[in-house]
Design a protein. Sequence first.
Lengths: 497, 171
Amino acid sequence: MEAFELLTAGLSNYAQPFTLFLLIAGSVLGIIFGAIPGLTATMGMAIFLPVTFAMSDINGIVFLIGIYVGACYSGSLSAILVNIPGTPSAIATGFDGYTMAKKGEAGAAIGYATISSALGGLLGVVMLMFAAPVLADVALEFSAQEYTGVAFLGISIVSYISFGSTIKGLIGGVVGLLLATIGQDVISAYPRFVFGSKDLQAGLQMIPVMVGFFGVTEIFTKLERETKITVLQGKIKNVLPRFSKLVRLSPMMALSSIIGTFIGAVPAAGGAIASMAAYGIQKRFSKISNKFGTGIPEGVVAAEAANNAAVGGAFVPMLSLGIPGDPQTAILIGALMINGLAPGPMLFATRPDMISTIYLGNVFCVITFAIIGLAGARYFARLMKVPGHYLLPAILIFCIVGSFAIRNTLFDVWVLLACGFLGYLLQKIGIMPAPVILGFVLGPILEDNFRRALIMSGGDWTTFLTRPLSLTLILINIFIILGPMVIRRVRMVFRRG
Amino acid sequence: MPSIKRDSIITLIFCLIVGGYVIMACQGFPEAQDSQGFGQGPGFYPQVLGWSLIILGVLTLIYGLKTARELGPYGESIEKEPSDAKGASPRYGLVLAALVLSLADIVIMHYLGFFVAGFVLVLAMVMMIRPPHSLKTVVWDLVFSAGMVAVVYLVFEAFIKIQLPRAALFG
């Protein structure tokens, strides 16, 4: 089928008012799920998956894409307004977004986040349409050795971008990796660090750990340090960024989008690594590197363009190989299979209309959230005006119920509070929650691939050095960890000279 | 002797305790079978992490010592702890009270269900952060607490059909 016919087939689906309604409803639901701490895109999609059984395959997929794309954007809203990322992919957004909000620039931060998310999302879809085969080929080359390198890249980048000491960032990463080892070993099924608890055998769930480290830790920190919770004064201004500023930031958006799409296309990498990597790289090479983290639009743009572009990237292995790029695409694959469709290369031949509907669904969702985001910025920012003595208990109750809702068990609420208090204590010695969470997210990927690589190579550790892609990733890791130190040394030698 | 920042020492102690515990616990894990591959049993990877944690803890101390040397005898006064620098005394009591309240909330939730536990938690926290100074604020706090419970019920139970904890005490 020609590209034009493909596009027409997809467009004709959106001519149905009900399909369009589901797309908008899904986007709005996604924005709600992404913005409320404790609720996630994965949770929203999983909860609404049974609802799609009653719909046609096209409508069901469109509705789920709406939730996915909407939540990926709105994770930034809570990251900016209350420093609790709604989704893991918005962790990096909070670094500068929340600082901007504290400086009274919440509106501008939301504006930059919305525009860069929209442009990142659109660029991601464009790249998905035109570069999908190339990206899929590269990701197809990845074996356990390369996945080990990619997972470690996430840890090393987060240690570099976390504020304070790089060593403490790495300690945080290792703590997260250790938390991920709790439960049954994936290879031998031996229960590790479970202390006889049946609940711990299944391992720690993502949501309670993430909400605990970000939400509850933040609540404790606010309770300890601030006698008065920061509340925005006056009107929210400058929501729409200046055009000249946007033009100046456009190369940054484009680069972040490319990084985001590429990392998103690597199965299991996802938006969190994409935004962290883009933020780290932009910070590393920016002329105003030292200002990152102090509340500059560049930080928000770098992270948001990447994590929304990663959505487009995540669709590449899903559509071309049938491999999920992240948990959300795993749910989409499930939805396709429920409807009797086999995701993968055959889908291009058997249901090209579905392929183009997915492409266009992404585009329309981006347009929807851009409109809602820009029009509603001043209303989102009003969250900050809620007095602290009301806001903190409200966040806590949502965190508690959100953690409970994952498996309907109070055990996850215990985990939430334990992680929140641990995060608070670690923060007291300069270990921030972000590296811990990244370590926790990447833990299973790192362990599984690290051990698989060694098993496949017969215990030969040089296996990580003999594959060109793996070697490249190792060299990048070494450069990220040791690069700044070496550069500093060289500068000192030159100064002395 | 140059003074090292307190948090470097605490970080080292934390790394030694956690890393040491992980390594010791892994000694009790079974050895890998041949089919599981070349000595990489269930304890292999956590042990690597445990040793990494200990090495990083030692590096933190070395770095702390180096920084203290560079700053000299006045280093401590130059590099104040962030909380000390702010001047306001940290409210550890409030943090501890919030933690205890949250833990108690889980127990209450188990026996009396979400509606009672949620209401009590929100009301107690609101009053703890800002003690009420008039009858009007008490009424506002009560209304807010009831409202929050209603919002949570609408979002989770009515909207996304997740059953909130029911009272075990009443079956």
